[in-house]
Every structure is written in structure tokens, then in C-alpha cells.
Design a protein around this ligand. Structure first.
Ligand SMILES: NC(=O)c1ccc[n+]([C@@H]2O[C@H](COP(=O)([O-])OP(=O)(O)OC[C@H]3O[C@@H](n4cnc5c(N)ncnc54)[C@H](O)[C@@H]3O)[C@@H](O)[C@H]2O)c1
Length: 442
């Protein structure tokens, strides 16, 4: 099915023209935290967008004009569905009528900390069945350098089709920051690298229709590595500051004051803050995609392994801190009531994936504590086979022997928490500015 050079020029011209006049039919595979906002952005830019996911309930909610992603307003989805700009389906056959496809499926780690590529592979197997000449495919899932060329390209190059001539293939890292009202899909610069220069150009042209700034790079591997650099940078700096927090704790120095003072340096310093451990499914996971890949090349990613070790120890450090604070007041952790404030993996979001709060609750339960929590964004969680439901702040804090602030949601009333608690361990400096004998800071 190889096209001649004239046919290839025609395919390029036709797709570029459809993209520019927004008649290109856009497809998004994987309608989660990344895929749904992207689908909405392209639909808002005037494209007709088809979302594809395996989960029937998500498809039904979108088609009913509803949103299940906190950063996407239900009203926005319903207006786009009503206008016929957004539609969702479980049927990959829809790809036969599409011009572009963005792949936004999960890329978790296996228990062994090896990349789990099964979602990308199974999505590409389905896409390949309906992939046709003249299409643009872009992988957005975070992954190790080489995935687009080594895994996706062979799957889409069936029937002799060649990238850059018969179709276009790129990698573009997703950089969203859930819960961040200032930076969302539209105004976060979009890095894109193609399998060939023609692929990069087509990918860049596509994103330029809906997003504010596009940053083309030379190839897919550079684009894949950009995301891993960004997240590894964060993970290692958090690891460094967590280690400093443990040191400062031993030396009786207030780490928060140290960071605030250091941050007054107008150059050469960027503040990172300690906390109870890493959460979410980016920062704790993505760097291990890189270390796995470099191990294949005989290089140990020592910074990543070390930061991973320090960060994963933080929940234990927090539990020790709670235990010591109780002991200092003549109480044992066994049988103590411990109330956790905030269980989401970070401030002002509802996502508990990989949240350190879950580890802390497990550890506390194992030590015989009676656990409870308040989180304005999370209704329930499951700890060691038991469902826990978010309770009222005043009730939970006043009944507890110790309150521990694990996630510093901005809507929590910390004054009330401090008033009601008899002891409060603050792992986020949420009680900045408050002075009380009840407070134990990380
Ligand atoms: N969430 C973030 O903040 C964030 C930020 C940047 C990058 N990423 C990366 O983006 C990717 C997607 O992350 P997410 O947070 O949107 O995940 P998610 O779990 O919220 O969404 C993924 C969606 O893909 C669907 N899916 C799974 N397999 C599928 C298949 N074979 N075909 C069709 N749909 C399928 C799932 O049902 C789900 O709706 C990951 O690689 C992640 O690392 C996430």
C-alpha cells in the first residue's frame, strides 16, 4: 500500500489542509485525566472530536454531557456534545473515519518497577486494525525513550505503509498539572517530535490549532526524554529536600524557614518542599521508565534510585514522627486515634493514586492505631480491606489523639483543625504562621 511520491505529497497536502480548516476528524484514545481535557480543547477549537475508551460508564457520561475529570467542567462537555463537536464510543471502528488519533492510555509500573506497556500495545493493536493512509497518530502517554519508534511504529506500519510518506507519527509528552487553575492543556507549551521531519511538521501544525504554543524537537526520542527529564528533575529535587528535612529534624532546625530564606536568593536556587512522600502516577513512576531503559544500555540511574529510596521512606518517617509525638505525651500508638487531614496525593485534587496518605494509613493501622480521615475531595478509600469514609473535620479532629496533615488542601480550615486537635503533626507546613505547643512540624 506504499504511495508514490506524488500520492504522498497529496496525502500531506490533504491532511494539512483539513487540519488548518479544522475539518480534520480528531480521535482521542483513553479519556482520563489527560485524554478528556485534550478532547475538550480540540472540540472547543472547532474540530469534530471522537473519544474512545474501554470503560462504558465514562463513554455514557461524556455522551450525556457530563464530566468525571475535576479540571473539566460538566457544562463545557455538555455544550460541546450538544453542538455535535464531541462524541465518545467504545468502538475502535470509528477510527476508519478519523484523520488524527492521540493515544493517552496509562503507563504504570509493574510490581518489579518495570514499565507496563500493555495499555499502549493493546490500544495500538486496535488502532492498527483501522489505521489508514493519510492519518496522523500521536502518542502522549509518558514512556521510555524509544517507545514510539520501537513499539508503536512497527504496529502502525502495516501493509507496507511508511511513516512520513503514507502516514505521520509523533510523540508529544502530556504536561498537565491537575488542580492547577493557571496552567491547563491550552496554555502549557506542547513539545512534539516526529519519526521524520514531515511527521514533526504535521504534529506541530495539528497542536497549533488548539494550543497556545508548540515546541517542535528533532525526533520522537528527544520528545520522550523531555518528559522524563522534567519529572526526574522534580523527583530528585524532592528527594534532596526530603533528605534535608530528615537531617534538619535530627538537628532541631526548621527546614521550612531554611527553604524560605534560601529562596530569597534571586538566582541559582529553586525551592522544593519536603512532604510525606511522593504521589500521583507521574513523579513516583516516570523516572523508573528511564532507569529501566538505561539499565538495558548498561547504565545505572543512580540519582533516580537514591531519590526513589529516600522518597519512599518518607511515609515511615512521618509515622515515626507521629509515634514519637504521642510517646512524648505519654501515649502509645497502639490504640491511639489518629485522624489524617487530606488523603489525595496533592493539594486541591481528588486523585489518591499512589498517595503517601494510603501508605501512612496502612502503617498506622499495622501499628494498632485507630484511623480516620477528612478530605473535602475524597469520599472514601480502602485500607487493608476496610472502607473508610471522610468525616467532618471538627468531629474527627476533636476525637483524635493526634491529627496529621498529609495533604494541604486550601479549603481545609486549619484554624479549626488546630483548635479542635490536642496534637497536630504537620507534614506540609499548612500551619505556617500558627504557634502552639500542640504543633509538631516535619
Ligand atoms: N494524570 C496526569 O497528571 C498526567 C500528566 C502527564 C502525563 N500523564 C500520562 O498520561 C497518560 C494517561 O494518564 P491519565 O492520568 O490520563 O490516565 P487515566 O487512567 O486517567 O486515563 C487513561 C484512560 O485510558 C483508558 N484506557 C486504558 N486502556 C485503554 C485502551 N486499550 N483503549 C482505550 N482506552 C484505554 C482508561 O479506561 C482510562 O480512561 C499516562 O501515560 C500518564 O503517565 C498523566
Amino acid at each position: 500500500m506504499q504511495s508514490t511520491s506524488a500520492e504522498s505529497t497529496q496525502l500531506t497536502f490533504t491532511l494539512a489542509a483539513k487540519i488548518v480548516d479544522r475539518t480534520a476528524r480528531v480521535g482521542i484514545v483513553g479519556l482520563g485525566y489527560v485524554g478528556l481535557p485534550l478532547a475538550v480543547e480540540f472540540a472547543k477549537a472547532g474540530f469534530s472530536v471522537t473519544g474512545i475508551d474501554l470503560v462504558e460508564s465514562k463513554i455514557a457520561r461524556i455522551n450525556a454531557g457530563d464530566s468525571y475529570v475535576q479540571d473539566v467542567a460538566g457544562a463545557e462537555v455538555s455544550a460541546l456534545v450538544e453542538a455535535g463537536k464531541l462524541h465518545a464510543t467504545t468502538d475502535f471502528g470509528a477510527i476508519a473515519d478519523l484523520d488524527t488519533i492521540n493515544i493517552c492510555v496509562p503507563t504504570p509500573l509493574r510490581k518489579t518497577k518495570d514499565p507496563d506497556m500493555s495499555y499502549i500495545v493493546s490500544a495500538c493493536q486496535e488502532i492498527a486494525k483501522f489505521f489508514h493512509p493519510g492519518m496522523l497518530a500521536i502518542l502522549e502517554s509518558t514512556t521510555y525513550p524509544g517507545t514510539t519508534d520501537e513499539v508503536v511504529l512497527p504496529m502502525l506500519s502495516h501493509s507496507g505503509m511508511q511513516a512520513g510518506r503514507d502516514f505521520f507519527l509523533c510523540f508529544s509528552p502530556e504536561r498537565i498539572d491537575p488542580g492547577n487553575p493557571r496552567f491547563q492543556t491550552r496554555n502549557i507549551p506542547k513539545v512534539v517530535g516526529g519519526v521524520t521531519p514531515a511527521c514533526t511538521e504535521m504534529g506541530a501544525l495539528f497542536y497549533a490549532q488548539a494550543l497556545e504554543k508548540v515546541v517542535p524537537v528533532s525526533n520522537t526520542q528527544v520528545a520522550e526524554m523531555v518528559k522524563l527529564l522534567e519529572n526526574t528533575f522534580r523527583m530528585i529535587n524532592i528527594g534532596l529536600v526530603n533528605e534535608l528535612a530528615v537531617m534538619c529534624d535530627r538537628m532541631g532546625i526548621n527546614i521550612w524557614e531554611v527553604i524560605d530564606a534560601a529562596a530569597t536568593k534571586p538566582f541559582g536556587f529553586m525551592p522544593f518542599y519536603p512532604g510525606p512522600g511522593l504521589g500521583g502516577h507521574c513523579i513516583p513512576i516516570d523516572p523508573f521508565y528511564l532507569s529501566w531503559k538505561t539499565r538495558q544500555a548498561g547504565i545505572e540511574a543512580r540519582f533516580i534510585e537514591l531519590a526513589g529510596y529516600i522518597n519512599s521512606h518518607m511515609p515511615h518517617f512521618v509515622v515515626e514522627k507521629i509515634q514519637n509525638a504521642l510517646n512524648d505525651r505519654g501515649r502509645a500508638i497502639k490504640g491511639a486515634r489518629i485522624h489524617i487531614l487530606g488523603v489525595a496525593y496533592k493539594r486541591d485534587i481528588d486523585d489518591v493514586r499512589e498517595s503517601p496518605a494510603l501508605d501512612i494509613l496502612h502503617l498506622l493501622k499495622n501499628r494498632g492505631a485507630i484511623i480516620s480521615f477528612t478530605d473535602p475531595y475524597v469520599r472514601s478509600i480502602r485500607i487493608a480491606g476496610e472502607d473508610l469514609f471522610s468525616t467532618d473535620l471538627c468531629v474527627g479532629a476533636s476525637a483524635a489523639d493526634c491529627v496529621a496533615i498529609i495533604t494541604d488542601h486550601t479549603t481545609i480550615n486549619y484554624q479549626t483543625a488546630l483548635q479542635e486537635a490536642s496534637l497536630i503533626v504537620d507534614t506540609r507546613n499548612a500551619l505556617r504562621g500558627f504557634e502552639s505547643h500542640k504543633i509538631v512540624r516535619l
